[in-house]
Every structure is written in structure tokens, then in C-alpha cells.
Design a protein around this ligand. Structure first.
Ligand code: KIV
Ligand code: ZN
Length: 390
């Protein structure tokens, strides 16, 4: 087992309750948010982005309550680059033992056009709002929204302004899921090389999954020097979602040989949180979703089941227990083989001689051709029919 104690620590920033909840239809109730926040805190999430306090009275109340109840995690609220937003955010997060204000403004040409600010005017707004936030709280995160479509020189300029104004974390959002791993890494490297003061702050990566690259982009940014990953449980988030917490955390754990970073996450709590978020958001997890999908630890084909029965590492790169599942699921269906059938029947208390198994296997295959999945009750009925025919 690798000694991870000397490895660089990657901060896990969970935004299920803010960016995740922004998914159309994923609204959560006050109590549901409190429960999720408490599970995230227990799981070892370093920073919980609990909401957007100016957005509604409900959001303000949830962020305040989460802040009051927080045990270990830093509690963060989001605010636009407006003094009123920042003040409201502070009113909500200030109850936390470790509060953070996160303020942002869109810096790409597409986003600069919305408030109709030129580059210099926007730079002034950034200086004023980050300074204002820093006068309230000593833990300030600043995000140039749509950073990955912002001109390099301007990105370096505004990041420098935010650092000088007191930002302690600079987050680089790939707001529209446009970047790719090599570019995601290049941006972080460029900022570390070109921006004065960059070594004194933490760079974060915040990726969306529009092209299916959110996890890869986040990990590439970490390789280039980012030390905070922003993510959500089940990858919940706007459009195609955000980087999935369970994917980046398990990737760094399973492939620690090539991604030598550690997190403070208790991975055995992953499954429970995934189910909870799926239930309260009303967004079911796709069956083949990495780590938490119903099929992530399930095997039906005969070759795979046979391999799994001999040694789990033939077809599994992580143990189900590591993510909070009790065991691998050998699904019985038409692709299953004799070894899996024998093992499943033995679990049910049927110890069969070879000639009996041969007979049952023929009946099992006939049944499996008619039925997609064979459950334990089907096998018990099959055994009953076989014994009564004998
Ligand atoms: O995707 C994004 O740009 C965001 C910011 C508000 C950080 O969620
Ligand atoms: Zn986002």
C-alpha cells in the first residue's frame, strides 16, 4: 500500500448544494440540504458551497443554518461581484467556524458583454469587490467565470488583481465545459508562471461536463498545480453536470501511482451520499455511471463472473467496500456461466452434484432467454421444479 502521508493534499470543494441544485428540476428542501451538508461534513469534504444567499430567502436560511451546524468543513456561499450580494453572503456564512465568501464575475468576451463593461472597468469592479469581501472575511475565493474562454493576458491580469485585493483561492471555471485536459493544465501552469503572488494562493479547478471531460480536465489541472477540485455528488449540475466528486476522489486513490495526491475523503461514505442526492434531487444515477452506477460493480457475462469468482481483481480495479457497497453483484442472466450459477445456488443453500448442475443449467438458460434478469426467487422456483421433476 502506498504511503500517502507526504503527498500533496487536494482540497475537495463540494458544490452539490449550489451548482448541483442549479440543475433545472433539482431543487432541494431546507431539511434535505441540511442533511446532505451534514453527510458531506462527516465524509471529510473540506469546503461545502452551501448556496447562493442572495438568490432567495430560502437559500439564505439554508446557508445560515448549515454554517451554524458545520463541524469540520469550511462553509462557503456564492455571491456576484456586487457589494450587496457579498454582504448578504457574509451574513449567512459568518456563523460558521470556518466561513468563506466566494465571489465571481464573467471575464470572457462573451460574459463581459453582459454587464457591458470594458476590460479596464471590469478590472476595477474586481478590485473593489474582492477588497470589500476581504474586509469582511479572511477566506476569500474569487472566480473569473468562463475562464477557459478568457484571453490569456486578461486572465493573468484579473487574477493578479484579485490576489492583490486579498483572494486566498482563485478558482478557474470551465463554465461551459469547453476545455480539454491539455488546455486545462496549460491554463493553470500559465497562471502559476506568470502571475505574481500565484505561489501564495490555492488554484482551484471547476469543470462542467458538456463534452464529457469534466473529470479528466479537473485531474489535468491538479497535475499542473491546482490544489482544489470543485465537484458535486453524482456529477449533479447545470446541463451535463459538474465534475463528479466520486470520480476524482476514486481516480486519485486507485491510480495513486500516477496521481500521487491525497484527499481527506472517507470513500466508504460515497454510496450513501450518492443515493441520498439521487433521491432528494429526483435525478436518478445512470446504471453505467462510474463508481456509483447500479452496474459499476455488477457482472453478468460468464467469463467475467468466472474470473470474479476466482479473483476479484480480474475484472474490478477497486473494492466495492471502498465506496460503501457490501459486495460485488454477480447478476444472473443469459450471459452467466455454470460457475456463477453454482456459486449463487450455494449461497441459497443448494449444493449440487455435477450432473444435477448440468440439468439445472439447461433450465436456467431457457429461463434466462425469456427473462432479462434472474432473481433469487426465480432460482428457488427453478430448483423446486427441478426437484419435483426428478
Ligand atoms: O460554472 C461556473 O462558472 C460557476 C461559477 C459561479 C464558479 O459555477
Ligand atoms: Zn459551475
Amino acid at each position: 500500500m502506498t504511503d500517502t502521508s507526504t503527498q500533496d493534499r487536494v482540497i475537495i470543494f463540494d458544490t452539490t448544494l449550489r451548482d448541483g441544485e442549479q440543475s433545472p428540476g433539482a431543487t432541494m428542501t431546507h431539511d434535505e440540504k441540511l442533511e446532505i451538508a451534514s453527510l458531506l461534513d462527516e465524509m471529510g469534504v473540506d469546503v461545502i458551497e452551501a448556496g447562493f444567499p442572495i438568490a432567495s430567502e430560502g437559500d439564505f436560511a439554508a446557508v445560515s443554518e448549515i454554517a451554524k451546524n458545520s463541524k469540520n468543513s469550511v462553509i462557503c456561499g456564492l455571491s456576484r461581484a456586487k457589494v450587496g450580494d457579498i454582504d448578504r453572503c457574509w451574513e449567512a456564512v459568518k456563523h460558521a467556524a470556518r466561513p468563506r465568501i466566494h465571489t465571481f464575475i464573467g471575464t470572457s468576451p462573451q460574459h463581459r458583454a453582459i454587464p457591458n463593461l470594458d476590460m479596464d472597468e471590469m478590472a476595477d469592479v474586481i478590485h473593489q469587490t474582492v477588497t470589500h469581501a476581504r474586509n469582511l472575511c479572511d477566506n476569500i475565493q474569487w472566480s473569473p467565470m468562463d475562464a477557459t474562454r478568457t484571453e490569456d493576458d486578461y486572465l493573468c491580469r484579473v487574477v493578479e488583481i484579485a490576489i492583490k485585493a486579498g483572494a486566498t483561492t482563485i478558482n478557474i471555471p470551465d463554465t461551459v465545459g469547453y476545455t480539454a485536459p491539455a488546455e486545462s493544465a496549460k491554463i493553470i501552469r500559465m497562471l502559476l508562471e506568470r502571475v505574481p503572488g500565484a505561489d501564495d494562493i490555492i488554484f482551484a479547478t471547476h469543470c462542467h461536463n458538456d463534452l464529457g471531460m469534466a473529470t479528466a480536465n479537473a485531474l489535468a489541472a491538479v497535475d499542473a498545480g491546482a490544489r482544489q477540485i470543485e465537484c458535486t455528488i453524482n456529477g449533479l449540475g447545470e446541463r451535463a453536470g459538474n465534475t463528479a466528486l466520486e470520480e476524482v476522489v476514486m481516480a486519485m486513490r486507485v491510480r495513486n501511482d500516477i496521481m500521487p495526491y491525497q484527499t481527506g475523503i472517507d470513500t466508504t461514505k460515497i454510496m450513501n451520499l450518492s443515493r441520498m442526492v439521487a433521491t432528494v434531487s429526483g435525478f436518478p444515477v445512470q446504471y453505467n455511471k462510474a463508481i456509483v452506477g447500479k452496474n459499476a460493480f455488477a457482472h453478468e457475462s460468464g467469463i467475467h463472473q468466472d474470473g470474479m469468482l476466482k479473483s476479484a481483481d480480474t475484472f474490478e480495479i477497486m473494492r466495492p467496500e471502498d465506496v460503501g457497497l457490501s459486495e460485488t453483484n454477480l447478476v444472473m442472466g443469459k450471459h452467466s456461466g455454470r460457475a456463477a450459477l453454482r456459486a449463487k445456488l450455494a449461497d441459497l443453500g443448494y449444493d449440487l452434484a455435477d450432473n444435477q448442475l448440468k440439468d439445472v443449467f439447461v433450465r436456467f438458460k431457457a429461463l434466462a432467454d425469456r427473462k432479462k434478469e434472474i432473481f433469487e426467487d426465480d432460482l428457488i422456483a427453478l430448483m423446486r421444479d427441478t426437484t419435483s421433476d426428478a
